[in-house]
Design a protein around this ligand. Structure first.
Ligand code: FAD
Length: 542
């Protein structure tokens, strides 16, 4: 291992792996990627269905606990995040989604016309990264490193869901990332032939990693070293517990790039002396730049389940246990097909339950089994069934990430405030009402025994609100905690080139950077941020 580098990337997740790979490929200088988690090479991570074996307990995840959420009656819920090379892209459900044009046009509006974050500026990045197995058109590419595929296995129950939602008047959509987001249909996934296409595989595979890229696993960064207002290196702890320094080469105009995810990147900034002065002082940290926006503006997509039990044999119940697990494993080993190739969710929808003309307010995921967060797992008996989860795609509630202490090994305080604002709660209630009806509509209704959650004898606003408060969980998309913003916005942390305000040689390129969350899943967005960050650096864009 060298001691000096031109670029040090902190966190090899969806964004960091892409940024590090791009920098190393396009520049001959030394790049160091410090990843806190483990290697991504494990069969459960590779196979799409593995997520359901891991989601409630695995070393490949870090489980952050929220602070008690007063508006949810004091509930504490989990936020799992990847603890592995590839980050979220190595543990996620692989749904491939970018959001819609208006998401990025909104960023452009916030950041100004020169910022070049509008849809026309980001679309080429999405296309360049994508190897779609069906689509090649103005929205899709077919020769990038990220394998994007139609689901290889579709359970009959998912097909029934898609038909029932059509029967409710929602048109079939064969491309949620195309001209129109609204509709019901089958998602595309970042996998191919039963194998996940994480950023670890797509960008850091053995055959592509250039010699000038050094990847160190299980190396957890504690802070950025800042001297005279310039980032010059990082302090990190290796696998054996040794605390070490990695430094930038003085002779090169290098940079430190933070990509530890929206919950950890703000923590690292604060531990380095970049954050709200008052908070830093409380923890005895010398404030180098007073940026009160660090850790604020936490946005996540709230998700609430509707659960129905169904007739025997329906969906994926027990498919990962006993003889069924062996049968499915054998089918995969012999023929490369079957339920193992499914991420456990195949179908979904984007709807606006109260307006035919306006954009979707709700994304739904059809999960052909009972699926609940850890803290509410025992509210329902596990049986044959289906969960339709509804997600508010443009939430207005905002939370925060703050330091619990000045100890780098302590997890931060995370307060997501899911559904705190009335607008989010009413959107969610409308979404719940719409998709409860899907269970009562043919052909899905043919297989359903009963809706067990929420209590359908009373679908008043108040009882649905109560159900939402009891069960709302993260859709695993924390974002926005070091947002890009206009120069005059005192709560912005980054300029529109992803540079930390007031510090030279320091950028953030993960989901922390977004001014607002996109409508839909976030992995593709994080990859795009990593790619653009590398390009800004390589272009000397300062
Ligand atoms: C369970 C789950 C399911 C999801 N499902 C989907 C889906 O189906 N589709 C979709 O598009 N999105 C999905 N997402 C969301 C998506 O994967 C994330 O939004 C995306 O991966 C975030 O990228 P990031 O680069 O911001 O952070 P991450 O990918 O989380 O990367 C952060 C990296 O930093 C590392 N790290 C953390 N702290 C340190 C430190 N101190 N030092 C060094 N390294 C550190 C972490 O180990 C991690 O590798 C899911 C996420 C999860 C967790």
């Amino acid at each position: 291992m060298r001691s000096h580098y031109k670029y040090i990337v902190v966190g090899g997740g969806s964004a960091g792996a892409v940024a590090a790979a791009r920098l190393a490929k396009k520049d001959t200088a030394a790049v160091l990627l410090l990843e806190g988690g483990y290697s991504h090479k494990h069969p459960l991570l590779d196979m799409p269905a593995g997520i359901f074996k891991m989601i409630n307990g695995s070393k490949y995840m870090h489980y952050y606990h929220t602070t008690p959420q007063a508006h949810l009656g004091g509930r504490v819920h989990d936020i799992p995040q990847g603890n592995v090379l590839g980050g979220g892209s190595s543990v996620n459900a692989q749904v491939y989604m970018r959001g819609r044009a208006s998401d990025y046009n909104e960023w452009q509006q916030i950041l100004g016309d020169d910022a070049q974050w509008g849809w026309e500026h980001v679309l080429p990045y999405f296309k360049e990264m994508e190897a779609n197995n069906r689509l090649l058109n103005e929205y899709h590419g077919a020769s990038g490193p990220v394998l994007v595929s139609d689901p290889q296995h579709i359970d009959d129950s998912s097909r029934a869901f898609v038909q029932s939602v059509q029967a409710q008047g929602i048109p079939f959509n064969d491309d949620f990332n195309g001209a129109q987001q609204k509709g019901v249909g089958f998602y595309q996934f970042t996998n191919r032939n039963g194998r996940r296409s994480s950023t670890a595989y797509a960008f850091l595979g053995e055959d592509q990693t250039p010699n000038n890229l050094e990847i160190q696993l299980q190396c957890r960064v504690h802070k950025v070293i800042i001297e005279d207002g310039v980032a010059v290196g990082v302090i990190y702890e290796n696998e054996s517990g040794e605390v070490l320094e990695a430094r930038l080469d003085n002779a090169l105009a290098g940079e430190v790039i933070l990509a530890a995810g929206a919950l950890i990147t703000p923590k690292l900034l604060m531990l380095s002396g970049v954050g709200g002065a008052e908070q830093l002082e409380q923890h005895g940290i010398h404030c180098i730049v007073d940026l009160p926006g660090v850790g604020e503006n936490l946005i996540d997509h709230p998700e609430v389940p509707i659960i129905a039990t169904a007739k025997k044999g329906f969906g994926y119940f027990k498919q990962g246990e006993g003889w069924r697990m062996w049968r499915n494993g054998l089918q995969f080993a012999l023929f490369g097909s079957g339920p193992v190739t499914s991420a456990g969710v195949e179908a979904g929808a984007f709807v606006n339950p109260i307006s035919d003309t306006e954009e979707a307010t709700i994304q739904a995921f059809c999960v052909p089994m009972v699926y609940l967060d850890r803290d509410v797992l025992n509210l329902v008996n596990h049986d044959y069934g289906m969960t339709i989860t509804t997600v508010v795609v443009k939430p207005v509630s905002r939370g925060y990430v703050r330091l619990a202490s000045s100890n780098a090994n302590d997890k931060p305080l995370v307060c997501p405030n899911l559904l705190k604002e009335d607008a989010d709660l009413s959107a969610m209630i409308a979404g719940q009402r719409f998709f409860i009806k899907s269970f009562q509509t043919l052909p899905l209704a043919n297989s359903i025994k009963s809706i067990v959650m929420p209590e359908i004898n009373s679908l008043s606003d108040e009882s649905l609100a109560e159900h939402c408060r009891k069960t709302v969980k993260t859709n695993y998309h924390p974002a926005g905690t070091c947002k890009m913003g206009a120069a005059e916005d005192p709560m912005s942390v980054l300029n529109n080139r992803l540079q930390v305000k007031g510090i030279k040689g320091l950028r953030v390129c993960d989901m922390s950077a977004v001014p607002n969350i996109n409508a839909g899943n976030t992995n593709a967005v994080a990859m795009m941020l990593g790619q653009r960050c590398a390009d800004f650096i390589l272009a000397g864009d300062i």
